[in-house]
Ligand binder design. Structure first.
Ligand SMILES: [Zn+2]
Ligand SMILES: [Zn+2]
Length: 166
């Protein structure tokens, strides 16, 4: 059975979603949700598994995957594919709910930035094309400052591959 002790308000929201779709609110699901909601980062399943272990819980990868799937379906968590061969997860209730991403092709770091310009594009397509924008996604791939400072350069191939997979 689940207990609400120590569970974040967002996890409680997730619990409400689970009950709505007729699924039990288990401690394992709550722990995975807590790990995601406690982070401001872009977590891989490995990151989540590590943090789950650090909290002294034993939860199999299959359960973590299934819980992430439910979190994404609840729309509380967003799934990202940055072309790394695995997904990353980020909760949508962070301090900056709408932001864009800068993904380093060398070290895999993911940085966030906010872009009023993109909202300008949304307004323009609405005005010019009569399209009603709901959400957007802008991922910019390249080299982070640290990797550039370390002397890393990218071959054109390295740049082309991830863009083609989007
Ligand atoms: Zn880098
Ligand atoms: Zn993000």
């Amino acid at each position: 059975m689940s207990s609400d002790i120590g569970v974040s308000p967002y996890t409680r929201l997730f619990g409400r979603y689970l009950r709505e779709i007729g699924l039990p609110v288990t401690q394992q699901r709550e722990t995975v949700a807590d790990v995601v909601f406690d982070s401001e980062g872009h977590l891989s399943v490995d990151d989540i598994e590590q943090e789950v272990r650090a909290r002294g819980a034993r939860i199999g990868k299959a359960t973590i995957y299934r819980t992430l799937d439910l979190l994404v379906r609840s729309r509380l968590v967003e799934e990202h594919d940055f072309g790394e061969g695995f997904k990353r997860y980020e909760h949508r209730l962070s301090r900056h709910p709408v932001h864009e991403h800068l993904i380093c092709l060398e070290c895999g770091s993911v940085a966030e930035f906010e872009s009023p310009e993109v909202f300008g594009v949304e307004s323009r397509v609405k005005a010019e094309l009569g399209f009603q924008p709901v959400r957007h996604r802008l991922d910019i791939y390249g080299l982070c400052k640290a990797c550039q400072d370390a002397g890393v350069t990218l071959t054109p191939e390295g740049l082309i591959c991830p863009i083609e997979t989007v």
